[in-house]
Design a protein around this ligand. Structure first.
Ligand code: NAD
Length: 335
């Protein structure tokens, strides 16, 4: 029987998950929910099925087996908690929340329901990244150097607001903090420094256009951040991130291990030293993170690569970075 899948929050990134779901012949797309009802209606027209404005209507009327939740960072908590309470498995986009309180509340609901979950940290599913992890697992790691450079500010109105988007560390660079944990183990301490390097005030006559923004009225978040991380293993790490407009997206890692230097450029891996090689992530790699959850639910297992609890731990690293900044740049220890 087809898996019944519903969608909550059908803005920008949901498009990727809708399209990747459409590719599955064993999945039925049973409904779409968005507080902006016209967005849900557009999905209903395109993919088939009804549109809802409130997630409980989708849950009550369509009884999905799985929901794909792509709401903004501030709009998490009740949607996931209610899904777990009803025994609905869920996929949720990163970050899982903007506060540990919300994340822990949902984590407890999932643990008590025993449902399957997956967080949208898709890099972990790429074969190239798994290979990098396997190579590193056999060596002692000394340095985990990460960067995340975005050439401007994403257009959703919640992005430049700390209380809504959580800032770049929570919202975007979380990919690198999660991947650092995947490659090198748990982080025990974070020291942070942030800056607002640029004047984001729109000049007279500025037209935002499509794509990333160069200016924003009421920009609240830092545009440049540096972290120092200590890993449980004793390795050190750094994360550099910025959204100051320039030419290109650029994110990746250099990981120094005994005898090996591993470089990740996006999801492509290259390694040099006592072994040499390179691997690309494959054409469909960004879809695996969602398909794996569908496969797990169909197989009756909760075993997924990025269960909710992993998203909670990665959120804790981002928040520790901003906490360090609030405390004047002292190291903040993680539990
Ligand atoms: N994994 C990735 O590579 C990746 C890429 C882009 C975005 N994301 C993440 O996806 C999330 C959404 O980003 P986006 O760019 O699609 O944002 P968006 O603003 O374009 O879309 C979010 C949608 O959620 C809706 N929404 C808000 N509150 C809701 C609620 N309570 N119930 C139902 N719908 C609600 C909004 O109306 C909007 O349509 C963010 O957390 C972002 O970090 C992940």
């Amino acid at each position: 029987m087809d898996l019944r899948v519903g969608f909550v929050g059908v803005g920008g990134i949901a498009r990727r998950h809708l399209e990747n779901t459409r590719k599955r012949t064993d999945v039925a797309m049973v409904g779409y929910c968005d507080v902006a009802l016209d967005r849900a209606e557009r999905c209903a027209a395109e993919y088939g099925g009804p549109a809802y404005q409130h997630f409980t209507d989708l849950y009550d009327k369509e009884k999905p087996d799985v929901v794909v939740i792509c709401t903004p960072p501030f709009a998490h908590g009740d949607i996931e908690e209610e899904a777990a309470r009803r025994g609905i498995h869920f996929f949720v986009e990163k970050p899982v929340a903007i506060s540990m309180e919300t994340a822990r509340r949902v984590e407890a609901a999932v643990a008590s329901a025993g449902t399957a979950t997956q967080v949208g940290y898709m890099f972990r599913l790429a074969e190239s990244v798994k290979k990098a992890r396997e190579l590193l697992s056999r060596r002692s790691i000394s340095m985990v150097q990460a960067h995340y450079y975005m050439p401007g500010l994403p257009s959703p109105a919640w992005w430049p607001k700390m209380a809504l988007g959580g800032g770049q560390l929570v919202e975007q660079a979380t990919h690198m903090l999660d991947l650092g944990r995947f490659l090198a183990g748990e982080v025990v301490s974070v020291t942070g420094c942030t800056a607002r390097v640029r004047d984001w005030t729109p000049p007279a006559g500025y037209e935002p256009g499509s794509g990333l923004l160069k200016y924003s009225e009421g920009m609240e978040i830092p545009d440049t951040t540096a972290l120092i991380l200590q890993y449980e293993s004793g390795a050190l790490g750094t994360l550099s991130c910025s959204m100051v407009p320039q030419k290109a997206w650029d994110n990746g890692f250099k990981v120094v291990a005994d005898g090996l230097l591993v470089t990740l450029t996006g999801a492509a891996a290259r390694w040099t030293g006592d072994e040499e090689g390179e691997m690309s992530p494959g054409a469909e790699w960004a879809g695996y993170v969602l398909w794996e959850l569908y496969d797990a639910v169909k197989a009756g297992t909760t075993a997924t690569s990025v269960p909710y609890s992993q998203g909670v731990r990665s959120l804790a690293v981002s928040l520790a970075g901003y906490e360090s900044v609030r405390r004047g740049g002292v190291p903040v220890r993680l539990e």
